[in-house]
Structure formats: C-alpha cells, structure tokens
Write a protein that binds this ligand. Structure first.
Ligand code: NCD
Length: 304
C-alpha cells in the first residue's frame, strides 16, 4: 500500500507517469469516467480549503467514484479530543483512500502508519503540500515542456509556504534548475532546506529581497500568500502581508514567455489587473490540480 506524504515519495519516473496520465486525461476524459467505480475517497480536512478539497472530490467524481468526509475539524470527533491515529483507523473502514489536511506538521505521516488504506497529504501545517506540487509540475510541463534548465523565482512567504517547500523538493530532482528566493528577511526559506540545497550540484539558488531585480531572468514566477494562520503575532503579519504585490508595470522587465504561478488563494499579492496577461497561469493551475489528482488517485488505488 502506497501513501503520498512528501513529493520525494515519488520517483522521477513516477512523476513523469503521473504527468503523462494527466495529459491523457485531458485528451481523453471519457476513458477515465468509470475507473474508480465502487471506490470511496474520504476527505479529512482539519484546516480550511477550497481548491484542494473540492478538486479531490471533483477528481473522484470524474473517475466514477464516491466521496465522504468532513471539511471542518469542529464537526468531527477531533473536537471531542479524538487522536488523528484513531480517526484514520476508523475511516480506513469506510473508504478506499484518504486525503488529509491538518495544521500539525507530520499528522498525515502519523496517519499513514495507522491507516490500512493509502493516505494523501493534502497539506500539513507549514511543512509540505505534495499534491499542489503535482498540479504545479503538470502546469510547468504544459507551459514550458520541461522541468530542467529553468530559472524559478519563489516570492513571498518562503518560511511557512508549504507549497514552496514541496515544489523546491521536486525541482531538486532535475538538472540545470536555478532557484531565486525572493522574500523579506523574516520569511526566508527554512535553514534545513537551504542546507539540503547547498549539498546538491544540479541546482543553484540565490536569495534576494527585490522582486524587480530578480524579474528579468525568471522563466517561472511562483507568487505566494503570506501565511497569516502560521504567525504567532498579528502585528508581524500586518507588517509583512503586503511585502510584494505583482502589478502589470512590474512585469515590464519580465520575459515575454514567463509563466506566473500561484497556488491560490490570493489575497493581495497579485493585482487582478495581471489576470488578463497571457503569462498569468494560476487559473490553469487550478484545472491541472483536478486532473493530476485524478491520476494520483488511480495510481495509489493500483488502477491502470
Ligand atoms: C495553499 C495551501 O493550502 O498551502 N493552497 C492550496 O492548497 N492551493 C496555499 C495557501 O494557502 O496559501
């Protein structure tokens, strides 16, 4: 039985397979309409979500399967003090596969040790978010054709942004990747991640506070929201929340084929005036998220 807790649980070949299945689903959706008939997905969301939960649910419905679950820890037995381990042991009896989001880093990993069905980490605190990364990778493949020899700028909350952590982990697998880390000093990429990058010779990174200076060399600009819910102190959040706001004038120095990604939700960090720019790919990313989750559910259920 396979779970997906970190993007590094998948080999490069497996990521390629998932992306290729995704491309085939886009071309031939009817072929997949009955693949998960009789199967149930449980979505256990202990933290708010729109895209991740609904895209998992839409993915399962499009595969002909069923969905059960909760979208609010307050309506689950967690509010009575039940442990994550007990909750998944119970839900393993009801569902064939579980997607779980939890505010505590490591909760889906603990769940995977107790579950008798595959667990998918749908976001654990400020740690990882591997299925957003799969959505990002499918988008990069469709827009750029490759994962190697690209310069990727990550801008915003690189400290708490779990989507950033997982996508950087994924990119360490490819050759010729340059990462530009654009953040305020207080929201830099965690030291343990930079230490890991320092040891690799297929990937380089630089840190800067200036989006303007970084812009001209980027093939991909990955904007992120400052993660309000991870701050201990509201004053710090208020001071940092508008550190970067992408507006059309800031794109004047960007490559004409740069691809702008954002895992969403956006708060203020991309002006709506950017949405009509052909480089804005964040709503395409949403579509790709549903498609790649279809591919992932089939893979973890062992369905060809
Ligand atoms: C992200 C998350 O939950 O980490 N959202 C998502 O799943 N697309 C990003 C965010 O909340 O900022």
């Amino acid at each position: 039985m396979r779970s997906l807790i970190s993007i590094l649980d998948l080999s490069v070949e497996e990521i390629d397979q998932l992306v290729n299945t995704g491309l085939d689903i886009i071309e031939n959706p009817a072929k997949y309409a009955h693949k998960c008939e009789g199967k149930k997905l449980a979505t256990l969301f202990f933290e708010p979500s729109t895209r991740t939960r609904l895209s998992f649910e839409a993915a399962m419905y499009e595969l002909g399967g069923h969905v059960i679950g909760f979208s609010d820890a307050g309506s689950s037995s967690a509010s009575k003090g039940e442990s994550v381990s007990d909750t998944v042991r119970v839900v393993s009896n009801y569902a064939d596969i579980i997607a779980m989001r939890h505010p505590k880093e490591g909760a889906p990993l603990v769940a995977s040790m107790k579950s008798t069905v595959p667990i998918i980490n749908a976001g654990d605190g400020g740690h990882n978010h591997p299925t957003q990364t799969l959505a990002d990778l499918l988008t990069i493949r469709r827009e750029k054709g490759t994962f190697g020899n690209i310069t990727v700028g990550f801008c915003g909350d690189l400290k708490f942004g779990r989507t950033v952590h997982s996508l950087i982990d994924a990119l360490t697998r490819y050759k010729g990747v340059k990462i530009v880390l654009i953040s305020p000093d207080e929201l830099k990429l965690p030291g343990y991640m930079k230490d890991a990058l320092d040891k690799m010779d297929n990937i380089t990174y630089v840190e800067t506070t200036s989006l303007e200076n970084a812009m001209p060399e980027l093939d991909i600009l990955y904007m992120t929201r400052v993660q309000k819910e991870r701050f201990f102190n509201e004053a710090d959040y208020i001071r940092l929340k508008d550190s970067y706001i992408l507006t059309p004038d800031k794109l004047e120095n960007a490559k004409s084929d740069m691809c702008i990604l954002h895992p969403l939700p956006r708060v203020n960090e991309i002006s709506v005036a950017v949405d009509d720019d052909p480089r804005a790919c964040y709503f395409k990313q949403v579509f790709n998220g549903k498609i790649i989750r279809m591919a992932l559910i089939m893979k973890l259920l062992g369905i060809e």
